[in-house]
Write a protein that binds this ligand. Structure first.
Ligand code: PLP
Length: 364
């Protein structure tokens, strides 16, 4: 994080602005022949490149920014997949990834198989060109052993792509465990204020990341310098926000577990969680999301609306704690399943607010 915070300052000369300027120009002064300097916004923009370099420091990898997490994921699929290829994708991670494959890649002759996150390290990957994991998975918070999955993918000759959105590179670095590419929705904790959509792809394979960059230039999914600036601003406080949200999530998970109104709690940081042992091996923090199950949908909606520190909203990684019933999006979860995403409110206040909202609920 220190490198990220001082990245820009180290190259400044006298009189240059300390804060990152937003370079809103689409064209750049270009007399004579192109010489590698900036010339057109789709090919490169100084504000965007500065933010790519910052995220590159966190990932220890070359990074390409996109205007959303899904744009980043789509770019990877477009770059790697050709008719006749096979993809193995998580069955329980972010649902739009599977929808994208089913609606746009299956009709183009790509075969798609799914596997639950917890079983990925045992999955049959034979014939796969690409394996995609999301760990911890959203919203169920299962975890897979990234190193074991990477070994298996490598033996099968497949590229391993890891969606690291729920963890962030501060808590987990899939590339260190053998993943070939990381994708993230930076809309969540990385930007962190629920006011900008963005995403990125990182890889330590130069040829792969160059292909992704070329795809972006040709496909045109370019993040605006204004949005890149907002992401930069969020990144500067990433560590403080992630650390508070993680701490709150653990305390909230503890408060929920064993409560008579709660039938199940998932949080990889809880010692009794099914994912805890693997999580300990590959994570430095366990993320802002706690998932739990109440008696039914009515109890879940009451819990959310009776909790004065919870915003009823989708998404996660913002400054305000939010929660929602995931059944409303068709996730394969119980009616009373709640995904709660901690914000940066003082932990004690949030725990009291959760305790109060639980008090009115009948036991399961
Ligand atoms: N990956 C995960 C794990 C997500 O939760 C999301 C969005 O919720 C995405 C990818 C897509 O990101 P975006 O909404 O920025 O396109």
């Amino acid at each position: 994080m220190s490198d990220l915070l001082h990245h820009r300052g180290r190259s400044l000369s006298k009189g240059q602005p300390v804060s990152l300027p937003i370079m809103a120009s689409t064209t750049f002064h270009l007399p004579g022949d192109p010489d590698g300097s900036h010339f057109y916004g789709r090919n490169g923009n100084p504000t965007v490149e500065c933010v790519e370099a910052e995220i590159g420091l966190l990932e220890a990898a070359e990074t390409v920014l996109f205007p959303s997490g899904m744009a980043a994921i789509a770019a990877v699929f477009h770059t790697l997949l050709r008719p006749g290829d096979k993809v193995l994708v998580h069955a329980d991670g972010y649902y739009n990834v599977r929808s994208l494959l089913e609606e746009h890649f299956v009709p183009r002759g790509i075969e798609v198989e799914t596997c639950p996150t917890a079983g990925m390290d045992q999955a049959d990957m034979s014939g796969c060109r690409l394996v995609m994991i999301e760990t911890p998975s959203n919203p169920g918070l299962d975890v897979c052993d990234i190193a074991a999955v990477a070994d298996r993918a490598k033996s099968a000759g497949a590229f391993l792509v890891a969606d690291n959105t729920t963890a962030t590179p501060l808590c987990q670095q899939p590339l260190d465990f053998g993943a070939d590419m990381v994708v993230m929705s930076d809309t969540k904790a990385m930007a962190g204020h629920s006011d900008v959509l963005c995403g990125h792809v990182s890889s330590r394979h130069t040829a792969l990341i160059n292909q992704v960059r070329t795809y972006r230039r040709l496909g045109g999914a370019i993040v605006s310098p204004f949005d890149a600036y907002l992401l930069h601003r969020g990144l500067e406080t990433l560590e403080l926000r992630v650390s508070r949200a993680n701490q709150s999530a653990l305390q909230v998970a503890k408060c929920l577990s064993g409560h008579p109104a709660v039938s199940a709690v998932r949080y990889p940081g809880l010692p009794q969680d099914a994912s805890h042992d693997i999580a300990l091996r590959q994570m430095r923090g366990f993320g802002p999301i706690v998932s739990f199950t109440l008696k039914d949908r009515e109890a879940a909606e009451n819990f959310i609306s009776n909790n004065e520190l919870i915003v009823p909203a989708t998404s996660f990684g913002g400054v305000h704690t939010s929660a929602e019933c995931r059944i409303r999006w068709g996730d394969q979860v119980a009616d009373g399943f709640v995904r709660l995403a901690c914000g940066i409110e003082p932990t004690e206040d949030l725990v009291i607010s959760v305790e109060n909202a639980l008090r009115d609920l009948r036991p399961v």
